[in-house]
Design a protein around this ligand. Sequence first.
Ligand SMILES: Cc1cc2nc3c(=O)[nH]c(=O)nc-3n(C[C@H](O)[C@H](O)[C@H](O)COP(=O)(O)O)c2cc1C
Length: 404
Amino acid sequence: MEQQPRVVLGVGGGIAAYKACELLRRLTESGHEVRVVPTASALHFVGAATWSALSGAPVATEVWDDVHEVPHVRIGQRAALVVIAPATADVLARAAGGRADDLLTNVLLTARCPVVFAPAMHTEMWEPPAPQENVATLRRRGCVVVEPAVGRLTGVDTGKGRLPDPEALFEICRRVLDRGPRALDTDLAGRHVVISAGGTREPLDPVRYLGNRSSGKQGYALARTAVARGARVTLVAANTALPDPAGADVVRVGTAEELRGAVLKAAADADAVVMAAAVADFRPAARAGQKIKKRDGQDPEPVALVRNPDVLAELSAARPVPGQIVVGFAAETENVLANGRAKLARKGCDLLVVNQVGDGLAFGTEENEAVIIEAAGGETAVPHGPKEALADRVWDAVVRHWPV
Ligand SMILES: Cc1cc2nc3c(=O)[nH]c(=O)nc-3n(C[C@H](O)[C@H](O)[C@H](O)COP(=O)(O)O)c2cc1C
């Protein structure tokens, strides 16, 4: 197997340390040479023998082992990626404070590669100002800090603070490593971005709705790539059946009205809003309280429709944050560019991603091709390829539009 870049896996003293064993497995199985650097507390949860056997490398927590090899400097210097999972409240504080009181914090100071923190702790430990300020500091410095997931915590309690699944963490590591030298340029670090994904459903009665074919895959690709580029991500997901992207806050909605509420709320402190969701233009004028029955010998009543709010136009007009960039998506079946330009002008957004849909194009597929149209006049054609490649080009365009 081709030798992959060297990875340092830092492990903090949290209950989720056992999940790091699976992350380690995935990293080594994909050909990476991994050096595990646990904290002393981490060894209360998973012992040094496990880390050493799984990584095939020595394991130390302090700077005093193998001093002739100067590990407190060398391990960080040689790393292509440092990932800390779980990152405890204590590790976040020590990293933000620039401490160097064990091997892991020494490695963090000497590493010149991308650093990914995956915090995990009880909600009560995560929410106070101190850890939140430490996270903000680390993000400002260009580290990727993955938002904890919401779910079951140590005991019977649930809430935000769970370590995302090892598979999702591995995907983040892979994405950061794939960016190569550009990964150090975490150009979305310290930014809050809001993405809508999926398709709204407008109820007609308790069992029927007016919907569309959007799977949400493009919006999820935008969320995953934004996490890997260091952003704090809010994903407003309308009727999607995809696993939550690790590191994003996911808000689930059903109708256009619900999506509007969630997006406007999240946009209040956002640096960019990307509307990749297919929001229904119309909804049934009335929603029957009971299932509409068919009546013998009678034609059904026609369905009257009313307009839904135009969320993209509303966002473009509102701009609660100076310099906020608003991006729309347009699915066109004909005259793609001309219709896209007209839509961009009508909505007042900064960028419009126009793609052709229909006949198996775009909806539900893994790949996409599009043109990114800028209000200022530019156009970038993104050739056919994975939805993540298009997502990265969208973020490139957003970054270019932020005021310096
Ligand atoms: C059973 C148990 C579970 C713990 N789980 C967590 C956790 O999930 N996240 C966290 O930040 N701290 C947790 N702690 C507290 C840390 O172990 C403690 O803050 C320790 O000093 C962290 O050291 P380290 O950051 O150097 O690994 C837990 C402690 C115990 C006893």
